[in-house]
Ligand binder design. Structure first.
Ligand code: SAM
Length: 340
């Protein structure tokens, strides 16, 4: 269901076949044996697909690559892709098992399109340079949101010369997209498994988690990885609860501190989630108009169900919480639902 909603009928159909193969004790079962108790939120099905996709992207499964658009192949129905996928699983079983055991690692620059209107609302409200703090930043691609170009519903924002162009991302009417430029003073994030955009292994991890019938998404990820080299950002190796300390959140006069995240909360334990919320609440109480704090997030309201993802923004002083927009799981299509 998640894949279909995310615009990948191919993955939806392949996962149905994989589920049947698991039940029948086929190669998909061999690949996933031992993972039966992995929590649903750890996205085991997507980890499995990423492992197979990687074989195709790296030229290790040519027959599979020939039917996957991201690997230079033609778009083919699941009935043709599945046999090639099954053969690749059989041939590379130990490697697929090794890759599928690793934590889910994606970084989707398209989610910046969902967050952008919230950042701009904050720029209008406070007019201060941003101090960006991202939870679950992965490779930090969304820490560079201000360097991307966004277009949709007759509106646009960002440098027209940016190599990262997110097209058709807004539903009509488009969200308010002022001011035309912003100042980002610092970019920092955390992730227990940070990825380095400059590292070939990490790049392969990220590329393989893009769905194989979404070549446009892969082009965007590639462009964002290349852009990252020229826009420094730090991603510390840490979980959100340990990283978001009162010191880090402390008021910074003359700066707007924005804590943000996208599709991360489901990976946090209950206690860690409570810690993050309590820290934000405490820091919010200490925020002032000259040293404000904001919490911007794009998350599924309940990741077990089929709701659209939602973008919410809370800011202090005041602490008002507003739902700004809904979006697809990868940030497209963003529908603005708040008053400007
Ligand atoms: C689905 S990915 C989303 C990545 C990125 N936010 C994006 O939207 O492209 C989930 C991310 O959460 C990270 N994560 C998992 N547990 C975490 C924790 N306890 N604290 C912070 N991040 C965590 C994962 O490593 C992964 O990078």
């Amino acid at each position: 269901v998640g894949c279909r909603r995310g615009g990948s009928p191919l993955y939806a159909a392949l996962l149905e076949r994989a589920a049947r193969d698991v039940e029948a004790g086929g190669p998909a079962w061999e690949a996933l044996r031992g993972r039966e108790r992995d929590p649903l939120g750890s996205a085991v099905a997507l980890r499995f697909m990423a492992a197979a996709h990687r074989l195709a992207l790296e030229g290790r499964a040519p027959a599979l690559a020939a039917v996957l658009p991201t690997a230079g192949g033609e778009a083919a129905p699941a009935s043709r892709v599945w046999p090639a996928l099954r053969d690749a699983l059989r041939e590379h079983l130990p490697e697929v098992r090794r890759l599928a055991a690793r934590a889910c690692q994606t970084n989707e620059p398209g989610r910046s399109a969902a967050l952008l209107p919230g950042f701009l609302l904050l720029a209008r409200r406070f007019g201060l340079p941003f101090r960006l703090l991202e939870l679950g930043a992965s490779a930090g691609l969304n820490l560079r949101w201000d360097r991307y170009r966004y277009e949709g519903a007759g509106a646009a924002w960002g440098d027209p010369a940016s190599p990262v162009v997110l097209e058709g991302v807004f539903g009509a009417p488009p969200p308010p997209l002022d001011p035309p430029s912003v100042v980002v003073g610092s970019r920092r994030g955390c992730d227990p498994h940070p990825l380095d955009p400059a590292d070939p292994e990490d790049r392969a991890t990220l590329r393989s988690s893009v769905w194989a019938d979404q070549a446009e998404r892969l082009r965007t990820v590639d462009a964002a990885l290349a852009l990252a080299a020229g826009v420094p950002a730090t991603v510390d190796r840490a979980g959100a609860g340990a990283w978001l300390t009162p010191e880090r959140l402390g008021p910074r006069p003359g700066e707007l501190t924005v804590v943000f995240h996208s599709v991360v909360l489901q990976y946090l334990g209950e206690e860690e989630r409570r810690t993050v919320l309590a820290r934000l609440e405490d820091a919010g109480a200490a925020a002032t108009a000259g040293a404000p704090l904001a919490w911007l997030r794009m998350e599924p309201p309940d990741w077990r169900r089929r709701h659209a993802h939602e973008v919410w923004l809370r800011s202090w002083p005041g602490g008002e919480d507003r739902r700004l927009a809904t979006s697809g799981p990868h940030g497209r299509l963003v529908r603005w639902v708040a008053a400007p």
